[in-house]
Write a protein that binds this ligand. Structure first.
Ligand SMILES: [Zn+2]
Length: 421
C-alpha cells in the first residue's frame, strides 16, 4: 500500500483520495491552499447571504431565519453560537435521534438547547427499526450507522419544507475536506446527490425497499425519504457550508465551546486520542470506525492524525505512533451491538468478509485475517522529508473534561428521551 508522504493516509482512503507525483495526498494539497485564501473577504458574503434570508423570513412573519442541523457535538454547538450571537439569527435546531445515544451526548445536546435558548425539533426512530437497519446495512455495506447519516442528512431538509425555512446551515463538508474532494473556490452546497453518494452509501430508502427479501419496512425507513423536487423548489431549499466562508478548525471550536459554553468532553477513548469529537453515539468512534479499519485498514485515528499534521500541530512520526496504538483496537461497544442484534463474532466476521479490501487484507487461515501493510512500515519512505511541513504550533493536550451539564443521564445505550428541564 502506498501512504501519503506528509500525512498518514493510505492510497485506498475513502472517498477518493489521490496521491500526486510527490506522493502527497489531495487532502494535504487542499489544506496547503488554505493560507492563500482571503477569509476576511468571504465573511461579508456570508453576512449578506444570512441577512437576505433573515429579511425574507421576517417579512413572511416566519419565526425561523434558518435551520441548523445539530447533534449536540462541538461543531453544531459552535454553529448555533455563531449564528445566534454574531449574526443575530433565529435558528430552528433540527436533530435526528438514532437512539444509540451516549450519556455525554445527551448532556451536551441538553446543554446546547439551554445555553443557546433555541427551539429544537427532534425525530426519534423506533429503536427496533434502528437495530434492524443497522444489521441489514452491516451485511450490505459494512455500516451499522447508515441510519445516523441518512437521518441527519434528510430530516433537516424535511423540516425545511414543513416549517417553510429555505436556508439550512451546515458546518463543514465532512470527509471531502479530509481527502480534498472539493476546492474552497467551488463554494460547494448541499445536494441530494452528495447526501446519497457519500452519506447514504448510494442507497435511497426506495432502493432498499425494492430489493427482494429486504427485511426493512416503509415504517423503518420513514424518516429517510427525501422531499420531492416540487417541494424543494416551492420552498427554495438551499444548504450552505460555513467552512466555505470561514476558516474551519474543529479543534479550535472544541476549545471555544469547552471554555465558553460548558461543552463536555470524554475522559478517555478506546480508538483515538481525540476527546472532543463524535461523542453522541456509542458506535461512531467504536464499531462504526472499527468497520472502516476492517474494510480498508485504517480508522478515525488516521483521520485525526492527518488533520493535526496538516495544521502543523503534530509530526508524522508522532502521528504514526498514535495510529499504531489505536487504529486496530477492537472496541467494547461491539459487544453491545452483537448482543442487541443476536450475532456472534464469527457471524459478524463472515458478514463483512466480502467488504475487506483485497489489496490490504489476506486470510491466512480460516477465520484469521491479516493486514499486509500499515503506515508504520512507511516511516522512512523516500520523499517524506521533502514533503514535511514546518511545525508552527507545539503539540497540546487534547482537552480534558471542562464541565458537566448535570447528572441527568449516566447510562449509555438506547435512549429515546433527551431533555429534562
Ligand atoms: Zn496527506
Amino acid at each position: 500500500m502506498e501512504y501519503c508522504k506528509r500525512c498518514v493516509y493510505p492510497a485506498n482512503a475513502r472517498p477518493g483520495i489521490v496521491l500526486d507525483d510527490d506522493g502527497v495526498c489531495s487532502g494535504c494539497r487542499l489544506a496547503e491552499s488554505r493560507p492563500s485564501i482571503d477569509w476576511s473577504a468571504r465573511e461579508p458574503l456570508l453576512r449578506e447571504l444570512l441577512e437576505t434570508y433573515k429579511a425574507r423570513q421576517r417579512a413572511k412573519c416566519n419565526p425561523y431565519d434558518c435551520i441548523i442541523p445539530v447533534s449536540g457535538g462541538k461543531d453544531s454547538t459552535y454553529q448555533v453560537w455563531l449564528l445566534r450571537t454574531r449574526y443575530d439569527m433565529n435558528p430552528l435546531l433540527v436533530s435526528y435521534n438514532h437512539t444509540f445515544n451516549t450519556a455525554i451526548g445527551i448532556r451536551n445536546l441538553t446543554n446546547l438547547v439551554q445555553r443557546m435558548d433555541c427551539n429544537l425539533v427532534r425525530f426519534t426512530s423506533a429503536p427496533g427499526s434502528a437495530l434492524r437497519i443497522a444489521r441489514h446495512m452491516l451485511g450490505k455495506v459494512g455500516d451499522v450507522t447508515w441510519h445516523y447519516h441518512a437521518g441527519i442528512m434528510t430530516f433537516p431538509i424535511r423540516a425545511a419544507i414543513q416549517y417553510d425555512v429555505p436556508l439550512v446551515v451546515w458546518g463543514e463538508h465532512g470527509f471531502s475536506e479530509l481527502v480534498g474532494m472539493h476546492n474552497y473556490d467551488d463554494f460547494v452546497e448541499f445536494t441530494k446527490k452528495k447526501r446519497q453518494e457519500h452519506d447514504m452509501r448510494g442507497f435511497e430508502p426506495e432502493d432498499l425497499l425494492e430489493e427482494p427479501g429486504c427485511p426493512l419496512t416503509r415504517y423503518d425507513l420513514a424518516p429517510f425519504f427525501y422531499p420531492s423536487d416540487e417541494e424543494i423548489e416551492r420552498v427554495g431549499v438551499r444548504g450552505i457550508y460555513l467552512s466555505n466562508y470561514m476558516e474551519w478548525d474543529g479543534r479550535k471550536h472544541a476549545e471555544f465551546v469547552v471554555r465558553e459554553l460548558g461543552f463536555e468532553t470524554a475522559q478517555s477513548r478506546e480508538r483515538t486520542f481525540n476527546l472532543y469529537d463524535k461523542l453522541d453515539d456509542i458506535h461512531a468512534n467504536g464499531l462504526h470506525d472499527y468497520l472502516k479499519y476492517l474494510k480498508f485498514g485504517y480508522g478515525r485515528c488516521t483521520d485525526e492524525v492527518s488533520f493535526e499534521i496538516r495544521r502543523g500541530r503534530m509530526t508524522r512520526e508522532e502521528g504514526i505512533d498514535l495510529v499504531a496504538h489505536y487504529d486496530h483496537v477492537r472496541p467494547s461497544d461491539m459487544d453491545i451491538f452483537l448482543r442487541e442484534s443476536g450475532m456472534t463474532d464469527t457471524e459478524f466476521d463472515d458478514m463483512i468478509a466480502h467488504l475487506r479490501d483485497p489489496s490490504l487484507w489476506v486470510r491466512d487461515n480460516p477465520g484469521g485475517w491479516r493486514a499486509t501493510d500499515s503506515v508504520v512500515n512507511h516511516r522512512h519512505d523516500p520523499g517524506v522529508e521533502a514533503a514535511r511541513l514546518p511545525r508552527p504550533e507545539p503539540r497540546r493536550d487534547y482537552l480534558r473534561t471542562a464541565s458537566r451539564a448535570g447528572p441527568r443521564y449516566e447510562t449509555d445505550g438506547v435512549q429515546t428521551e433527551y431533555v429534562i428541564l
